[in-house]
Design a protein around this ligand. Structure first.
Ligand code: G1P
Ligand code: ZN
Length: 540
């Protein structure tokens, strides 16, 4: 086998975080762009010779070419065993599981999550370590260093590897194993949930529609929901992965999964509507004419987690990111379990999950997970709901309304301000931070500001400190606003304003419940002054 060295020059725009690197597809198509990243990752790791590397991908445009290159580079760099999903498909949570199941050294995942794909869409790459979780910042910082210095990479000469059939091939001294992407994951889910109870639910005529959004979860959903659990054929819609996701934005929320939402609110609504994003780590839940807010969903999972066989006697506590509504805190209080508030980003849950501080965690952005894999997991979250519904014989609406009755309702909304000017957005946050000290005790629109501070976080396990993770403004015990800059936009900037209002009245329209808080927050932020008129505003 021929290993050759290719000379290359660094791309200084390359960066890398815990969710990897995401760029427009055509940026990735530049000569050696991907190769530089992959070799820099390998150059940063030690002791992987002869070990296993897992390669996953959400199937988006560019997926297969990238996988071919990565396999050839992994062999040239002396990995002994390369595991790749059939046809290059492996969801993010399934990749995480395959890594730990095979005691792999790590894994490379090709995804830009819920971002659109195709020639004009996004592509992305991330690296997960042996725990199955994303590479920590200490490691991704080394990746960046190497990327900015790289001058060569290694590759082997070989024909493209056939990824269409499951089985092993020997290439040089390495084994390339193509696996069924669905098999191990399904088996794991069978160990976690009461599949018999869920089967009975479907036997009794329970109807569900699952929208795979033309992305990676289609094959998982068809197999698990329809073939194994007995949901009616056709329950999974948009279930065949398409490289450009059929031109849609594969993000399960009220805006981008509109057809599913319309179905849930129509006379022919099934008992449950659910969806996942491009790479399968996010999820959305709707009952008949009833949307379950992700913060409420997390609280329902916490309240019922011990009903799920895998978690019996193992509900240690929960965590939510700070901008996520605090319904789960109320449940944990009653259960006398710890509840942590972390900065935005999945990486902050890792140490808590690994050290049994929590069993469950989630974010307002439709992600939830547990210690079963070190990634958030969409299909898993939906199976949680199915298991809970099978156990309680209650609808999503009944479950959520009962919870509101018990604890009060926390109304949540996120307002996104997209601007082309990252500078103006930063200015807004800076000037807000500067006036924080003078805010408390101010009365604005019938609300009194009782506290205003920057959100800093010390990891309870590692003691690592993260400062400046957003601005928190508390208006008494029941109202809170949080403001931060999005860390995931590929151009311009997005200012995110998160509103939380707790109320004993549980039947208000969200807009109405949040009206006073929203006006007060606008008053303080004065968005038009800083961002100008050319902002795009969306609410989720
Ligand atoms: C967004 C979400 C956040 C999530 C991240 C990665 O980040 O808000 O909850 O962890 O995507 O999926 P943001 O754009 O707000 O920085
Ligand atoms: Zn995702």
């Amino acid at each position: 086998m021929d290993i050759f060295t290719v000379e290359t020059k660094p791309y200084l725009d390359q960066s890398f975080g815990t969710s990897g690197l995401r760029r427009k597809s055509d940026i990735f198509r530049q000569e050696n762009y991907l190769e530089n990243i992959v070799q820099s990752i390998f150059d940063s790791l030690q002791g992987f010779e002869g070990q296993t590397l897992v390669i996953g991908g959400d199937g988006r445009y560019g997926n297969n070419e990238a996988i071919q290159k990565i396999i050839k580079m992994a062999i040239a760099n002396q990995f002994g065993h390369i595991i790749v999903g059939q046809n290059g498909l492996l969801s993010t949570p399934a990749t995480s599981h395959v890594i730990t199941l095979n005691q792999a050294f790590g894994g490379i995942i090709l995804t830009a999550s819920h971002n659109p794909a195709g020639k004009n869409g996004d592509f992305g790459i991330k690296y997960n370590i042996a725990t199955g979780g994303p590479a920590p910042e200490s490691l991704t910082n080394i990746f960046i260093q190497k990327m900015h210095q790289i001058d060569r990479y290694w590759m082997i000469h070989t024909n493209d590897i056939d990824l269409s059939n499951v089985g092993e091939q020997t290439i040089g001294s390495s084994i390339v194993e193509v696996i069924d992407p669905v098999y191990d994951y399904t088996h794991y889910m069978e160990q976690i949930f009461d599949f018999n109870a869920i089967r009975k639910l479907f036997q009794k005529g329970f109807k569900m529609t699952y929208d795979a959004m033309n992305a990676v979860t289609g094959p998982y959903a068809k197999h698990i929901f329809e073939e194994v659990l007995g949901a009616q054929e056709g329950s999974v819609i948009r279930g065949t992965p398409i490289p450009d996701f059929g031109g849609i934005h594969p993000e399960p929320n009220l805006t981008y999964a509109k057809e599913l939402v319309d179905l849930a609110y129509s006379p022919s609504a099934p008992d449950l509507c659910a969806a996942s994003d491009g790479d399968g780590d996010r999820y959305m839940i709707l009952g008949k004419s009833f949307f379950v807010n992700p913060a409420d969903s997390l609280a329902i999972l916490a309240e019922n987690m011990e009903k799920i066989p895998f978690y019996k006697g193992r509900f240690y506590g929960a965590a939510r990111s700070m901008p996520t509504g605090g319904a789960v805190d109320l449940v944990c209080q009653r259960l006398k379990k710890d509840c942590y508030q972390t900065p935005t980003g999945w990486k902050f849950f890792g140490s808590l999950l690994e050290n049994q501080k929590i069993s469950l965690c989630g974010e307002e952005s439709f992600g939830a997970g547990s210690f079963h894999v070190m990634e958030k997991d969409g299909i898993w979250a939906i199976l949680c709901w199915l298991n809970i519904m099978a156990d309680t014989q209650k609808t999503p609406e009944e479950l959520v309304r009962n919870m509101w009755k018990r604890y009060g309702r926390i109304y949540n909304q996120t307002i996104n301000y997209d601007t082309d000017s990252a500078e103006k957005a930063k200015h807004l946050i800076d000037s807000l931070s500067a006036k924080l000290v003078s805010l408390p005790q101010k009365n604005i629109k019938n609300l009194t500001i009782t506290e205003a501070h920057l959100f800093d976080y010390t990891d309870p396990v590692t003691k690592a400190q993260s400062t400046n993770q957003g601005v928190l403004i508390q208006f008494g015990p029941n109202d809170q606003a949080m403001i931060r800059l999005s860390g995931t936009v590929s151009s311009g900037a997005t200012v995110k304003v998160y509103l939380h209002h707790k109320d004993t009245q549980t039947d208000l329209a969200t807009e109405k419940a949040l009206a006073t808080l929203s006006e007060a927050t606008q008053d303080i932020l004065n968005i038009p002054k800083y961002l100008g008129k050319n902002v795009r505003i969306t609410k989720t």
